[in-house]
Design a protein around this ligand. Structure first.
Ligand code: GLC
Length: 478
């Protein structure tokens, strides 16, 4: 099967969040089946460094039409791990700082989507499946509706659209439709396409136009029926329920492997956990925390935004700190949360370390060196951090939502089954209850060691989920 995977970010080339991890690990998993020809396409941002650029080869350039604009489109190629990557070069749109948040994001990603639609004819390759992700690539299935009628390379192509987070929909004033997107108003501005309260809503259009829609966990797929989770698209979800399914993301089990990871202070395995204590001491030392092996370190790595549950953490913070614990935070986000954690570090010297930044080495050190990983998200389509934490014997405390619910079965002290500590209501008291239950088990060294090992052995590989995507691809191609 020929699969073209389109994403606005792809690890390891460029990343702001979980989307990049998925776009970086699902295609190689699909390519493990040698009968598949898997290619990935992404923008060539300024942030993609020379280590990658030096490995790329120039394919060709052409001009594409975006509304009345004639735009340069350069194509570069890089082959890696059985997958071909195409980078779309246009300096006007992509030679900037950061990936998103520019005044013309709608135009930039409409351009990218158009480039994806142009690629097959330009390289003489006919994809069976074009797999699109989030609002940035939502115009692809829409452009394809026209293009498949007259481009031979696209006549057989079917589309899958994956929602990684429904909060970001790509909503613009309706004048963008013809002026920028180059779409016919009468055909595309209607309730079963892009029209949404007199605006244009890209995610809505993609849900209607795609042959199949997936989201990143079964529980999130279910939650999307409710207005609370669907952010205004619950009606659209209901109307398209027949072609929507939740598939849990996997992670790269080799990259996140406590036995081999060269980035951590010491390696460890279920047979020899001694390295974990070295990682913990190393984390305390590098962050200036008390070198206390008995204090339970609670880690948190995330964007500091409301939907990640930071209101619960800040409300309960002093009561969490009443225990024999240390708290390590890594992330940036809303000013109020940043300020809270800066203060918390000053109020609890030697016990709280607030790192208001993003740092890959520190994130590895926290996954490996912490004892607990706190992730009380209000909504979490999938979440990858809880799985990564488990790989390093760091036990998650999560709210039962989305992929957190699907990947962290609650620990039962009677049967000793489960992987972490959970709570259901969006309520700081309930979260504290889960923290207390976790700390009670932490004090029982034998039970705790078994729990760590259970997590380290859990299977978060792509095998099963990649097979589920293949099943969907096959169904829509029939
Ligand atoms: C988004 C979601 C996150 C998910 C990731 C990858 O970042 O917020 O929950 O894990 O996409 O699908």
């Amino acid at each position: 099967m020929k699969i073209l995977f389109a994403s606005s970010e792809v690890a390891p080339f460029i990343k702001t969040g979980g989307l990049a991890d998925v776009a970086g690990s699902l295609p190689p998993a699909l390519a493990a089946d040698k009968t598949n020809d898997v290619r990935v396409i992404l923008p060539l941002y300024a942030g993609i460094g020379d280590t990658w650029r030096s490995q790329m080869s120039f394919v060709k350039y052409f001009y594409l039409q975006l509304g009345w604009r004639s735009c340069y489109c350069g194509l570069f190629q890089l082959d890696r791990g059985g997958v071909t990557y195409y980078f779309v070069d246009n300096e006007t749109y992509f030679k900037r700082n950061g990936l998103y948040g520019h005044y013309d994001d709608g135009e930039r990603f409409a351009y990218f989507s158009k480039a994806v639609i142009e690629l097959p004819a330009q390289i003489g390759w006919s994809p069976d499946i074009i797999h699109c992700n989030d609002w940035q690539t939502a115009l692809i299935p829409i452009y394809l509706m026209e293009a498949r009628k007259y481009v031979p390379e696209l006549t057989g192509a079917k589309t899958v659209y994956t929602i990684h987070n429904i909060e970001y929909q790509g909503r613009y004033g309706n004048s963008i439709l013809t002026d920028v997107f180059g779409l016919d108003y009468n055909t595309y501005f209607n309730e079963h396409m892009l029209a949404y309260y007199n605006d244009v809503n890209l995610m809505k259009g993609a849900i209607y136009a795609s042959d199949y829609v997936t989201t990143v966990s079964p529980t999130y797929a279910n939650e999307l029926q409710y207005a609370f989770y669907a952010h205004g698209l619950e009606g659209v979800i209901a109307e398209n329920q027949h072609k929507i399914r939740g598939i849990l993301n996997g992670i790269d089990m080799d990259a996140f492997n406590s036995e081999k990871d060269p980035k951590i202070a010491a390696n460890f395995s279920i047979d020899d956990l001694s390295g974990k204590a070295i990682c913990k001491a190393d984390l305390q030392r590098q962050l200036g925390l008390e070198e206390d092996p008995d204090a339970a370190i609670i880690g948190s790595i995330s964007r500091l935004v409301g939907h990640k549950g930071y209101d619960l953490i800040t409300a309960a913070f002093d009561r969490i700190m009443d225990n024999h614990v240390q708290f390590v935070l890594l992330g940036t986000g809303e000013w109020g949360f940043e300020e809270f954690f800066r203060n918390a570090q000053a109020r609890y010297p030697g016990r709280v370390s607030s790192n208001i930044t993003y740092s890959a080495p520190l994130s590895s050190a926290i996954y490996a060196g912490a004892d607990l990983f706190l992730m009380p998200s209000i909504a979490e389509p999938c979440g990858l951090s809880q799985m990564i934490a488990l790989r390093y014997g760091t036990v998650p405390i999560v709210r039962l939502t989305g992929g957190l619910k699907d990947s962290v079965p609650a620990y039962d002290p009677e049967t000793k089954e489960g992987l972490g500590f959970t709570f259901g209501n969006i309520n700081a008291e309930d979260m504290l209850g889960a923290v207390d239950r976790a700390l009670a088990v932490y004090d029982d060294k034998e039970a705790w060691t078994d729990l760590m090992k259970q997590g380290m052995q859990a299977d978060f590989s792509w095998n099963k989920s990649a097979e589920e995507y293949m099943e969907i691809y096959r169904t829509i191609l029939m």
